[in-house]
Design a protein around this ligand. Sequence first.
Ligand code: BES
Ligand code: ZN
Ligand code: ZN
Length: 500
Amino acid sequence: MKLQIQKRNRQITNADVFIASCFEDEIFSHETTYLNEMTGGLLAKLVKKENFTGKADQTVSLFFQKSLKQHVRILLVGLGKQEEVQEESVRQVAATAVQMVRSWQGKHVVSDFFGMRSKKFTLDACAKAMAEGLWLGTYDFAKYKSSLKEKKFFPETWTFMTEHKTDIKLASKGLSLGEMYADATIFARNLVNEPAQHMRPADLVAVTKAIVAASSKTISMRVFNRAQLEKKGAGGILGVARGSDHEPFLVHLVYKPLHAKKRMVLVGKAVTFDSGGISLKPSDAMTTMKIDMAGAAAVLGVFSVLPDLELNVEIHGIFAACENMPSGKAIVPGDIVRIMNGKTVEVLNTDAEGRVTLADALTYALQQKPDVMIDLATLTGACVVALGEEVAGMMSNDRTLCDELKKAADRAGERVWELPLEPGYKKLLHSEVADLKNIAGRYGGAVTAGLFLQEFVEEVPWAHLDIAGPAFAEKPLNSYTKYGASGFGTRTILEYIRSM
Ligand code: BES
Ligand code: ZN
Ligand code: ZN
């Protein structure tokens, strides 16, 4: 599907689908009137008959014989009230539209930039949102399906019409940015959807190597294996990895532009499968635990497009890849591990493994002397209890960072909400025998996990995103996030980085 832009007046003779967007109760604009005329007034009749009012995600379509040889489809899509339209509405309606086009096997689509008349966003932001909606809305993870032929159909071209020739440059900038964001999100989705049997720690290392190889030398990496981690004293990751037959790795990516103004570190949780370890999860809680590396997947998604973004920020990506399994060699409740910064942790529940591996990853991250640090982790079920499956928990020691990250998430169409790093709860992590324990009682589990991580970030401005809920959609989240991995965090981080 090639996305392209063209000034209005030129006819597209081979188009077989024409799409126009409209606001609620403002159906007939320039655009839609043109389509109505093309159908000799049929469209207006259908709009009336089907009670189409232009509500968000409402559609009306008609099949129509344009000439003896040519059939076309006309599609009207509603965006909701003009004053309420956002980039996110555009994303969602674009996904709905492309799904309809695919079901008709439409080959050449002509459409407007949805909602552009509203003047609520700039043309490049609109084009970006459309490209994201179109690509994410056609995503599926079908590599293990033996037959899914009809689903593979894609339109050949999608041509956007603009009013002025001068708009084309801005719009194509938006489109290619949106395609990059979608690529990065899909990259993350694919890693998370891959079954744990094919996504071991070593596989994450291989994926990282592929990103570096494709980066024309703009990204470099270091990998630390078990022996090197022992030398570093990374007892957290080594402790968690002890029960697994698969070797753990600490991975460090660096993107270094020539004139970087700032240095940021992204840290991702990378537990390739979380069985709970000796504190074994019940079967039902384990079925989706291949997603426990979704934090690292988002970081890798971001890195997969960094070379194309032309940024002036130095970005480090760090993750401690391991698998959490029970076995005769596994870490057991009561064991004490020593983190790379010397702190000791009493592991009372081997299922609270993420924070133990992140303690080492964050310590290593601090050694890079970052100006800002963000971690993404499928860290706690408690966060899902608090905020549900669609909203990530955000905790931070820095007001500005927290506010900017929230704004970035809003622009990206990802939901995050702040939880407090309540100082009074620190006492819940007190251990009788070590510096800290890794669990803190029944209540406020997302917050106490955040407080645990805070013990390893010192004074660096840092934000923690607990993505346990939205990383994976067990039922469709919206028109462009169907069942499976969402790639959550990828676009928020890209938005944040671009605003730095
Ligand atoms: N990976 C899980 C958290 C999780 C739960 C992610 C649901 C995605 C969906 C994490 O390692 C975990 O098991 N946390 C425990 C912590 C508890 C033992 C303190 C939890 O949330 O139950
Ligand atoms: Zn766990
Ligand atoms: Zn986990």
